[in-house]
Design a protein around this ligand. Structure first.
Ligand code: GCU
Length: 590
């Protein structure tokens, strides 16, 4: 466990600091709400230095920008859905928020962002705090010595333009919602505070927590206490000169599972700080082609979810959005949600855990990534560190998905992803690691599944669209499989096809009519094929709701939507939804 801390210390994000965890358990001042903005499609705000918010001093002075009296956008929220002129905007929006603060001599102050998509440059009172890249992970800046008593002004340059060497790269099949899409908080701490901690069962154990607590501040050598009142645990340790205290707690925990999502209140306390949150304990492993949860085989009844509220047609970011999406997964009969294709907001992960849904959390290392760009491996490492850093105490997360459908022949792809996998294992041994591959061969009604990345993964994750992108080559029940890495559990991480809810026109056996019956047939055939797959440990239809994607252009059937949802964007259950529901219900009885 201490090794994982070493990796965390190594990673930290570019300019800021590694974001502290459990924001909701800390002393926060929310900066959510109205922010003034300057929309900057030509990117001239940089040259104008708008973050300085200069005001005319002399009669001859003038400035060709102002945040005052300009448009106002809500935070957290994507900017695309707040103003019609921003609907398809991919570029820079400058945000400004004023806040009043009274300096507290014994306090430290941090500015924390849940996420900004995609590039963020942050300024306080005209001074640059730093830069962050990545649209789906938190970052923070300490502003203790920069914040003023009285009014202060934060300026954020948010830029969602696609980056050739970005994560994701230039092309992806979801809507590029830009802006300050998640919560923004000021966080007050003591001079020495509990910066980080890892409290999870050690790999292979169901009764021993092996972790650590990391303090930050002047008095790093302090008594540290971890209590779990319900178990009568009061673990005590002393942190060393680096502020680090190892944690070893043994107890007879009620283990977390979808059927019994038990969480314990855990309190971490030092003389000058205390944080609490609910943490669950479970073990997850693979063995002889099966996934074992708490030493028992589990079939992953999953569904893919994008971070979009279908009714708002916007980026999901709130607890209510999370409950809407996760309740729909529960209603389908799922016990796992694959949060595609990037780390979702923390509400999704925490609510899933509370509701008894296992989580697959994923990096946006998606399809065409420029692995030859020297900056890409470091970006992947930083984003991995930020994803694991935020959620390492979330027992509900059982899989780190490190890539999706990258091209095996792409230069440096396998080497870069093998390195990323090793780094992930150094950070966290309490979860499974997967790379999702769709480069299998499908010939003569036989799937040949192999990728070098499977050697480094815990499960063989396959996206296959037999019946949609690939016509069936024979009876689904006669499908043959040649899977290298045959001793590992197999997970069908995507399958399905499109249908426009209620579409009635044209023959039901022709794909081009987007009929529900066609999609329903795909699902019936897929379920038949699943019975032929050796070591099948789970399936995950693509996907729960129809969702927005700029890749989907058909004016009648798609209207800018990927229609592979089991539910329409209005929540209508398509015929295929009922097929999946029945399959999962039958699995439940096994
Ligand atoms: C791919 C990809 C998804 C995409 C889906 C589709 O497998 O992983 O992101 O949306 O196929 O084509 O609908």
């Amino acid at each position: 466990m201490l090794l994982s801390l070493f990796f965390f210390l190594l990673i930290g994000n570019a300019d800021g600091q590694t974001a502290m965890i459990n924001v909701q358990g800390r002393n926060t001042i929310s900066l959510n709400g109205d922010w003034n903005v300057i929309i900057d499609p030509a990117g001239v705000g940089e040259w104008q230095q708008v973050w300085r918010e200069q005001k005319p001093q002399k009669k001859t002075d003038f400035f060709e920008y102002s945040f005052d009296n300009g448009p106002v956008l809500k935070v957290p929220a994507d900017f695309n859905t707040q103003m019609s002129e921003l609907t398809f905007f991919e570029g820079t929006v400058w945000y400004r928020k004023k806040f009043h603060y009274t300096l507290q001599p014994a306090k430290r102050l941090f500015l924390h962002f849940g996420a900004v998509n995609y590039l963020a440059d942050v300024y306080l009172n005209g001074e640059k705090l730093g830069h962050h890249e990545g649209g789906f992970t938190p970052f923070q800046f300490e502003i203790t010595n920069m914040v003023r008593s009285g009014f202060n002004s934060i300026v954020v340059k948010a830029n969602n333009a696609r980056q050739k060497n970005g994560l994701p790269g230039l092309g992806y099949d979801w809507f590029n919602y830009g802006g300050i899409t998640r919560d923004v908080n000021l966080i007050e701490t003591g001079k020495t505070y509990i910066k980080d901690y890892s409290i999870q069962l050690q790999k292979g154990s169901i009764d021993t927590v092996a972790g650590w607590v990391l303090l930050d501040g002047l008095h790093s050598r302090q008594k540290v206490e971890i209590s779990i009142p319900e178990l009568g645990i009061q673990y005590k340790a002393v942190s060393n000169d680096e502020g680090l205290a190892p944690v070893y707690i043994s107890s007879k925990f009620t283990l977390w599972s979808p059927g019994q999502p038990k969480l314990y209140k855990v309190i971490v306390k030092i003389q000058t700080d205390s944080v609490a949150e609910y943490i669950g304990f479970r073990s997850i492993e693979t063995k002889e082609g099966k996934v074992l949860l708490n030493n028992k085989p589990v079939f992953l009844k999953a569904v893919n979810i994008h971070e979009e509220n279908p009714y708002k047609k916007a980026r999901a970011n709130s607890k209510q959005d999370a409950l809407l999406l996760l309740s729909a997964a529960k209603e389908l009969g799922c016990n796992l949600v694959r949060l595609a294709h990037y780390p979702h907001n923390e509400h999704m992960v925490r609510e899933a855990e509370r509701m008894g849904l296992m989580v697959w959390s994923e990096l946006p290392v998606y399809q065409h990534i420029d692995f030859t760009d020297s900056a890409v491996p470091a970006k992947m490492g930083a984003m991995l560190g930020e994803m694991v850093q935020r959620d390492k105490n979330r027992c509900g997360i059982i899989v780190w998905g490190l890539s999706n459908e990258t091209y095996p022949g792409a230069s440096n792809r396998s080497n870069a992803l093998v390195e990323l996998t090793k780094r992930c294992r150094g950070l966290d041994s309490a979860r499974l690691i997967a790379h999702v591959i769709n480069s299998h061969k499908y010939q003569g009604n036989t799937f040949e599944v192999w990728d070098t990345l499977y050697q480094y993964s815990d499960i063989v994750a396959v996206n296959e669209y037999a019946g949609w992108y690939m016509p069936w080559q024979g009876k689904p029940s006669d499908t043959k499989w040649k899977i290298t890495c045959h001793d590992k559990p197999v997970f069908i991480s995507e399958f399905g096809g499109e249908a426009l809810y209620g579409s009635k026109y044209g023959r039901a056996d022709e794909a081009a009519n987007w009929r529900e019956e066609y999609q329903e047939k795909i699902y019936k055939d897929q379920l038949e094929m699943f019975a032929t797959i050796p070591n099948l440990a789970g399936v995950c239809p693509w996907l729960l709701f129809d969702y927005r994607s700029l890749s989907r252009l058909h004016p009648v059937y798609q209207q800018g939507y990927n229609r592979k949802g089991l539910l329409s964007e209005k929540g209508n259950k398509k015929k295929a939804w009922h097929i999946m529901k029945a399959y999962y219900a039958a699995k439940e009885k096994l």
